[in-house]
Write a protein that binds this ligand. Structure first.
Ligand code: ASP
Length: 352
């Protein structure tokens, strides 16, 4: 008998012995909960976050689901993910931490809009204190569309969250048959089903025939190994992202300083490069104690130290593996958790 078949029999035996895992679904809205506004199921207009989780679950094959998990569900939010805020991240994370403390909850699936799913996933990756699986799923087509992708992604999410193999892998997103680490995912296309891409290393694995196939694990610190704690926080400091382009002047940086930002992420051009006029004001910001992170406007690859910018001289930090939006989350949590030294925040960018 092949090793894989033996493992499957062992898993089946274990599930018969110990019962099926209980997966708790937290619904937040998004296109997976979208309903079309047009006359038919083939056109593109829709409202996101309209359909409640009980209705979305009815689109799943109940018999198959019951082979994998017992489900519980809760509508924690109901909005498009363009409206998700840092305060929503805290609400979701605290609820996930509370649920995962319970012995009878084995994993969490979060339904979420795809626009900012990577940000909620990254936040959870850094603050969830459990090795039980946490999986986020979304959809590119609303629930009323022909060939909607939400039910399949949700089904895969439930199977992934109920798998023993998913334990300790950190927060994951599954979409279009791929498994992504929250540490390495970005939305790359506004319309394609195959929108999610890993910015650096690659997918964690595949979902196939109701089973996860893992190819690798993430080396970045997460969940139980993360030092960030949100148990006593209710808000996060303001950190702005400024997009780089040819002709960027100092005005956006000045506006950010005046708005009281404690940190500024610059989505610079190339290897996080910044126009001279914007950079001069960023140097002033850094001298004022505002943390400045050089990230990049390209999807792939790192923004490194020791490129064209003298980071040590100006007190700048670089994002390394992180998109501007992921670097922003690390910086917000670092500031909230009392990190003040540029070098120690730089180290966090490399570790997480
Ligand atoms: N605007 C939607 C959202 O992020 C898009 C989607 O879910 O695909 O909520």
């Amino acid at each position: 008998m092949k090793a894989k078949t033996i493992i499957l029999y062992l898993l089946l035996g274990a599930s018969l012995l110990f019962g099926k895992p209980t997966i708790y679904i937290l619904a937040t809205g998004g296109t997976i909960a979208g309903a079309g506004t047009g006359k038919d199921a083939t056109t593109s207009s829709y409202d996101s976050g309209k359909v409640l989780i009980q209705t979305i679950l009815q689109a799943l094959p109940a018999d198959e689901i019951s082979q994998y998990a017992n489900l519980k569900s809760e509508q924690i939010l109901q909005k498009g993910s363009q409206d998700i805020t840092p305060s929503d991240w805290i609400t979701i994370a605290k609820r996930v931490n509370d649920l995962l403390q319970q012995k009878d909850i084995d994993g969490i699936v979060i339904t979420h809009g795809t626009d900012t799913i990577e940000e909620t996933a990254m936040f959870l990756q850094l603050v969830i204190k459990s090795n039980k699986p946490v999986v986020l799923v979304g959809a590119m087509r609303p629930s009323t569309a022909i060939s909607a992708d939400g039910p399949k992604n949700l089904f895969d999410g439930i199977v992934l969250a109920s798998s023993q193999e998913s334990r300790g892998k950190g927060v994951m997103v599954t979409a279009n048959g791929n498994i992504f680490s929250a540490s390495d995912i970005t939305k790359s296309n506004p319309v394609h089903l195959d929108t999610f891409k890993p910015a650096n290393i690659g997918i964690l694995g595949y979902m196939w025939n109701n089973q996860p196939y893992f190819l690798r694990t993430s080396n970045q610190l997460h969940t139980l190994n993360s030092q960030f704690d949100i148990s006593s926080i209710t808000s996060l400091p303001r950190v702005d992202i400024i997009y780089g382009y040819a002709g960027l002047d100092e005005k956006a940086v000045e506006a950010s300083i005046h708005s009281g930002a404690k940190g500024i992420i610059i989505a610079g051009v190339g290897n996080g490069n910044i126009s001279t006029s914007a950079q001069e004001v960023l140097i002033q910001a850094s001298k004022m104690g505002i943390k400045v992170v050089r990230a990049g406007r390209m999807i792939y690859g790192p923004v490194t130290q020791w490129g064209e910018v003298d980071d040590e001289k100006y007190g700048f930090i670089t994002s390394w593996w992180h998109t501007p939006q992921a670097a922003r989350i690390i910086l917000m949590l670092a500031l909230q958790n009392g990190f003040t030294e540029v070098q120690s925040i730089q180290k966090l960018m490399l570790q997480y």
